[in-house]
Write a protein that binds this ligand. Structure first.
Ligand code: SF4
Length: 371
């Protein structure tokens, strides 16, 4: 990582339909809101231009970035290309929903022309029943078609999968993993579904309409995932992320390495070094508040936080243990002995790494090692 590298996140807050498990900030798409938002976003980039040097990664997340028009993407990229230097090996990722990949590939081809070189596709499952229960807008066939289109244009593509979905059996999960592998993606993100409070799915579970997958089955699903991907030569480089050689997501690796990053757009987070201090903050999670502030020439920052040395050390441990690189400790914590005996960590010359078993209960291990 070069010191003058900048890692940029751009939040596109629109979705065509809200998924039943989602608690990210996203709002229904409309053309009018898109136009207002993109104008504000470009203004924010220019207002904060001093924070950007050479761009190492650019990540469009959401929401569903692929709902916005080619013209909007083009306007954002133009302001970036006109004002900043890009590293020759820049990684430019766009998150995509299978329901928004155009049948003529037009948006995928256009993004490629703009310099996008990585697509992260939210597949979640190849079971239509489960996709429906999650409130996803696409069917499994939509996902299959989208993968074929994406893979023709982007060798570096990632699939997002989800396990421990209420109603999911071990066989359905195995089918999803096996089918995902048949497309030979460069990268796979696989998340255990944890129902977030007050989402429709959470309410269904609370009132007994549906049930969480039991712990033993969840462990079985995780074991199948890790062993199958290992056999297929994917490197399990972070709790929920697996990649072929040299295909780790550089943008996300920077988060886990405690690197600085600049987030643009409503609800986007930043981690920056300014005036000799390390700060974390986020932009207002409301498109109107966000756009009004920007149009007044002010930054819509909420919750600015100065990271103390003590907090930075906790972050270093918390983030580092999420990855297969682990964390160096000057003094090995007392709790490590018990975790080692339980097969949850490995210790090598003061470097602690979580094992596959440890990744599954990472929160527990991290809490023990931080205390
Ligand atoms: S598409 Fe993604 S961001 Fe949008 S509602 Fe579904 S999970 Fe949330």
């Amino acid at each position: 990582m070069e010191s003058n590298d900048t890692y940029i996140y751009i939040h596109i807050p629109f979705c065509l339909k809200k998924c039943r498990y989602c608690d990210f900030y996203s709002i229904p798409y409309s053309l009018k809101l898109e136009q207002i938002y993109i104008k504000a976003l470009i203004k924010e980039i220019l207002l904060r231009r001093a924070e950007i040097s050479q761009i190492r990664t650019l990540y469009f997340g959401g929401g569903t970035p692929t709902v916005i028009s080619n013209e909007s993407f083009s306007a954002i990229m133009k302001v970036l290309y006109d004002n900043f230097k890009f590293r020759p090996d820049v990684e430019i990722t766009v998150e995509a929903n299978p329901a928004t990949i155009q049948s003529d590939y037009d948006n995928l081809k256009y993004l490629k022309q703009l310099g996008v070189n990585r697509i992260s596709l939210g597949v979640q499952s190849f079971s239509d029943d489960l996709l429906k229960s999650l409130g996803r807008l696409h069917s499994s066939d939509d996902a299959r078609e989208a993968i074929c289109r994406v893979s023709e244009i982007y060798p570096n593509f990632s699939l997002d999968l989800m396990y421990a979905i209420p109603g999911q059996s071990i066989e359905t999960w195995q089918d999803t993993v096996n089918e995902a592998l048949s497309y030979n993606p460069a990268h796979i993100s696989a998340y255990e579904l944890t129902p977030e409070e007050h989402t429709p799915l959470w309410t269904d579970i609370k009132i007994g309409n549906t049930h969480l997958v039991d712990e033993d089955t969840t462990i079985e699903m995780y074991d199948f995932l890790t062993s199958t991907l290992k056999q297929a030569r994917y490197d399990h480089y972070e709790i929920s992320n697996y990649a072929h050689r040299d295909r780790q997501c550089q943008h996300n690796l920077n988060y886990w390495r405690q690197g600085f990053y600049t987030g643009f757009g409503t609800a986007a987070h930043s981690h920056v070094s300014a005036d000799g201090l390390t700060k974390r903050y986020s932009n207002a999670a409301n498109i109107n508040t966000y756009a009004a502030a920007i149009n007044n020439g002010t930054l819509p920052i909420v919750e600015p936080l100065i990271v103390t040395e003590n907090e930075a050390e906790k972050e270093r441990i918390f983030l580092g243990l999420r990855t297969s690189c682990g964390v160096h400790f000057d003094n090995i914590p007392k709790a490590a002995a018990e975790l080692l005996n339980a097969g949850l960590i490995e210790i090598n010359c003061n470097l602690i790494t979580l094992t596959e078993k440890g990744f599954l209960v990472s929160n527990y291990c991290i809490c023990q090692l931080i205390e």
